[in-house]
Design a protein around this ligand. Structure first.
Ligand SMILES: *Cc1c(COP(=O)(O)O)cnc(C)c1O
Length: 468
């Protein structure tokens, strides 16, 4: 095509005033900017060759302008981080795709201080000698759960892996068929088991398992009895779970430790507040389970981590295992966990930990936020309609699947935009706002929107009203 003849040469573009100005004014390294310019020229050449650009009036200067405009777009896109803050207006408290738990102020401050200075990560002030990072949060976990010992690894999947590898490699682990779960499509107990070299022995059927099923499956090779907490699905109807006490008795009799993957693992007793039936980690320790693992960033409300608590000799074995070094957490995680656990020990989890607070927030308090929003956005002629109605929030993160938390939602419609278009516009807000879309409605649940984030949502709607 003859348009191609007008494609400026790289050296011309580099000498062009628009490029030299960009080099001066944009704080991106010159060699990177030059590389991006090369890319834009290639893209332009391909577009012309593939007839995506056919305008015969294009001359050299106009093509250069198009290339620079594209380069500026690229620079603009780069200025935004790939990992961006968003407002979660879905009402799903532990939204896995949106980063699960948001941290408490205490945890954030501790992480920030730890990041900007040296710390006692593996240093004992009393002796001036090397310390262990395992010591940083172990006492807190013992205090809260009543366990003899505790340790922390990268996430709960890693915790399950370490437990199996350290306590049951090349030996047998007995699990009920009804508990062989898949979590979030990527975590399967049976696969982790295989990876760890432990042999899975399934007992019972998907809906019924009796203590005698475990008892009969025990052999010389049995290393562990394993229970998996059914946190992300629930069997309803004609089912039978083995009573934990019964299983603990068998474990004692046969001298085989019992391990429970609690999944979410709550330290706060939500049952007492009439929310769900989730057992606390403390209760599980009390029942005599030898090893328990759970996530740091689900109901606990801390950073991503896997917490393992239990009998001292078993935890010691895991701490000494080579894999513990591979799965170890960094100082930020430890600072985040320490900050989070402090709130539990102070008895201030309900006030300080966002995850706990959001789940407990009464519906009238969510309603107040919804009303404030509507007052601010519907004061004038508008193409939007807003309706407040009763709704249900979810805990999320594969946790308490049957629990619906009473809430109030704002149903939003627009004269021109479909619900999908509206949701997209909100995602493209300078601070993206993530909403629920249900049929023709956009649904805002302010349970997961903090008061100090309300203005972001209000501003976004006021701006859309101006655009129309
Ligand atoms: C969530 C979950 C896991 C995985 O935990 P991560 O912290 O996401 O690695 C493992 N087991 C159960 C039962 C879970 O619910």
């Amino acid at each position: 095509m003859n348009i191609l003849r007008h494609l400026p040469a790289i050296h011309e573009l580099k000498a062009h005033s628009r490029f030299t100005e960009m080099v001066l004014n944009i704080d991106i390294a010159e060699d990177v900017l030059t590389e991006w310019l090369d890319e834009q020229v290639d893209l332009m050449r391909n577009k012309i060759r593939s007839n995506k650009i056919t305008d015969q009036t294009l001359n050299r200067e106009k093509i250069a302008e198009l290339i620079f405009a594209a380069l500026e777009q690229k620079v603009k896109a780069f200025e935004k981080n790939n990992l961006q803050k968003v407002v979660n207006a879905t009402g799903v408290v532990l939204h896995t795709n949106l980063g699960r738990a948001r941290l408490s102020k205490r945890a954030i401050e501790h992480i920030s201080n730890t990041a900007s200075s040296y710390s006692t990560l593996e240093y004992q002030l009393s002796t001036g000698k090397r310390g262990s990072r395992h010591d940083i949060v172990e006492d807190y976990l013992k205090q809260i759960t009543g366990a003899e010992a505790a340790m922390v690894v990268n996430n709960n999947a890693a915790a399950v892996y370490l437990v199996l590898k350290a306590l049951a490699s090349s030996r047998e682990v007995i699990v009920s068929r009804g508990e062989l779960v898949e979590i979030g499509g990527s975590f399967r107990i049976s696969e982790i088991m295989e990876e760890s070299g432990a042999e899975l022995v399934e007992v019972g059927t998907t809906n019924k398992t009796y203590a005698s099923d475990y008892e009969r499956a025990i052999t010389e090779e049995t290393a562990l009895l394993m229970k998996v907490h059914k946190s992300n699905f629930s069997l309803i109807g004609f089912t039978k779970d083995v009573d934990t006490t019964e299983l603990v008795n068998i474990s004692r009799e046969k001298n085989i430790p019992i391990y429970e993957d609690l999944g979410s693992g709550t330290l706060f007793d939500f049952k007492k507040q009439q929310i769900g039936t989730e057992p606390t980690v403390q209760e599980k320790v009390n029942l005599g389970i030898d090893v328990i693992s759970f996530s740091g960033d689900k109901l606990l409300g801390g950073p991503q981590a896997g917490v393992i608590v239990g009998k001292k000799h078993l935890i010691e074995k895991m701490k000494k295992h080579q894999l513990a070094r591979v799965l170890r957490v960094d100082k930020f995680t430890l600072a985040g966990i320490e900050g989070t656990l402090k709130s539990y020990i102070k008895g201030r989890a309900e006030n300080e930990i966002p995850t706990v607070r959001d789940i407990l927030e009464p519906d009238h308090s969510v309603l107040e936020k919804a009303q404030t929003f509507i007052e601010k956005v519907s004061s004038r002629e508008t193409a939007f309609t807003f309706h407040i109605e009763r709704g249900k929030s979810k805990v999320g993160g594969g946790t308490m699947p049957d629990v619906d938390i009473d809430t109030f939602v704002v149903k939003v419609n627009h004269q021109q935009y479909t619900s999908k278009e509206l949701a997209e516009k909100l995602r493209f807000n300078h601070i993206p706002i993530i909403v629920r879309v249900k049929h023709d409605d956009v649904i805002l649940d302010f349970r997961t929107v903090h008061r100090d984030e309300l203005d972001i949502v209000i501003e976004a709607f006021l701006q859309m009203e101006e655009e129309v």
